[in-house]
Design a protein around this ligand. Structure first.
Ligand code: ADP
Length: 450
């Protein structure tokens, strides 16, 4: 399945995008509002100056005169024209007056010699005199300077804000995800079968804290149910052992006598064989429950691999002969392995027994032992019926049988016992199989047990 972007990167991406969106909306808004306010102030200053200038125009001896008693604010240029040629009064930068023709009442911005200006023209009528034209102007350099500074600050702020938001987002996301990673780790351990494990909580009282508490409660209920089931299996096996032993003993005694008709003998024989099978299942179940509870004391010692294999081969001689299967042994000379003798024997016996039972009549079964790096390796191979891919993940489960009709003597517990023994020796097991071609079980064990 395609792996999606981890949540912490997704959260960081969202933080980054949100900051970018806020900056993209907020900064232009700030820029436009500031510019509008500054230009508004400039316009107000021009209009006030125009009123001031108008108020200072008088008529003396029938001629217009500019009294110039109240000084016009600095930065404002003005000119009063009595006709197109003659200026009654003027002050400031002359380029402001070369700009555009007079346009009464209109506020404009214009550029002259690379400088931006704001202009305001008006007329001043005088009784019995030609109308005067008034112009006030102010450079926009100061507004531009402020706006330029705002642009500069924005350019510096955008990367700083983005970086802070991305890093901050990553840290926050990492912190919020951390307890979830802990949950995953613990859940992994638990899913490997250790129901005594609990998810550690950092004592948080948030939703994740609630989730951890709920999951721990669930695992506890599972553990209790599992222990009850194990106890039941152990108790049931114990209870069944004696009656089965009695059935076996009585059927054996009946078979030993000769008071049975041929038909009855066959029935008693079936009773005997089936009760022997049940005894086998019971002893396997008891071994498994004791093993999974850790109640089986391991007697670890150095075992001669060759001797171990020879012992198991001898036990299987009859079965091998029955099926005409050739046993090939390839054990590294002098190889010694650490383990519990009876468990290791049981393990090889279960694997080899399966190899023969599911092997090809007239075929071969191979057992090999050697070292692989720091570990030792055992493998059992056959050229039998094989196991199809859909069954492979389940064959180590208790009572799992691929097809009960393939072999009537099996219990479905052999490989569960193998798995338990491998785990008890801190080893690992791998199966490769191809239906119709054969199966290979490869086991790896540490050379020294921890
Ligand atoms: P059983 O007592 O039925 O053999 P096991 O736990 O030993 O139970 O094995 C589980 C199932 O795995 C068996 O039912 C069998 O179908 C399959 N199996 C195990 N070993 C082999 C093998 N060497 N070749 C083919 N199938 C095998």
């Amino acid at each position: 399945m395609k792996r999606r972007l981890p949540i912490r990167y997704k959260m960081t991406l969202w933080y980054g995008l949100l900051t970018l969106l806020l900056l993209a909306v907020f900064l232009p808004l700030l820029y436009l509002t500031m510019r509008g306010a500054l230009l508004g102030k400039k316009e107000e200053a021009l209009r006030q100056s125009l009123t001031q200038i108008s108020a200072q125009i008088e008529q003396r001896d029938g001629k217009p005169v500019f009294a110039n008693e109240v000084p016009i604010p600095a930065g404002i240029s003005y000119m009063i024209l009595s006709d197109a040629e003659t200026a009654l009064a003027s002050k400031g930068d002359p380029s402001a007056f070369r700009l555009s023709p007079f346009q009464t009442g209109a506020l404009r911005t214009q550029t002259a010699d690379g400088v931006d200006w704001m202009l305001l023209d008006a007329i001043h009528p005088l009784p019995g005199q030609p109308t005067l034209s008034l112009r006030v102007a102010s450079r926009l350099t100061d507004v531009e300077q402020v706006m330029h500074t705002v642009e500069l600050i924005s350019l510096i702020c955008i990367p700083i804000f983005m970086l802070t938001s991305i890093l901050g987002g990553l840290i926050i996301a990492q912190r919020s995800i951390q307890p979830i990673q802990q949950v995953i780790q613990s859940a992994n351990i638990i899913s490997q079968g250790d129901l005594s494990e609990r998810i550690k909580s950092a004592g948080s009282r948030d939703e994740i804290g609630d989730l951890i508490a709920t999951m721990n409660h669930m695992i506890e209920s599972l553990e209790v149910a599992f222990l009850r089931e194990k106890q039941f299996t152990a108790d049931a096996s114990h209870e069944l052992r004696t009656p089965v032993a009695i059935i076996m003993a009585y059927s054996e005694a009946l078979l030993a006598g000769d008071g049975l008709s041929e038909e009855d003998r066959k029935s008693v024989e079936t009773i005997f064989l089936e009760s022997r099978r049940i005894r086998h299942v019971i002893s396997q179940l008891l071994a498994l429950t004791r093993g999974s509870e850790g109640r089986y004391p391991l007697h670890l010692e150095m075992l001669d691999a060759g001797e171990l294999v020879r012992g198991v081969a001898a036990q299987l001689a009859e079965l091998l002969e029955e099926k005409g299967i050739r046993l090939m042994c390839d054990v590294q000379p002098g190889l010694a392995i650490w383990g519990d003798q009876s468990l290791m024997t049981q393990l090889l016996l279960n694997l080899l027994e399966n190899a023969v039972r599911y092997g090809k009549p007239g075929g071969y079964v191979k057992i090999a032992a050697g070292t692989q790096g720091e570990r030792y390796r055992l493998w059992v191979e056959d050229d039998g019926i094989g196991i199809s891919e859909e069954h492979l993940p389940h064959i180590f489960e208790r009572f799992y049988r691929v097809d009960a009709s393939r072999d009537r003597t099996g219990t479905g517990l052999g490989l569960s016992i193998v798995k338990w023994i491998v785990d008890a020796h801190h080893g690992s097991i791998e199966v490769r199989s191809e239906p119709g071609k054969g199966t290979e079980f490869a086991l790896l064990f540490p050379q020294r047990l921890p």
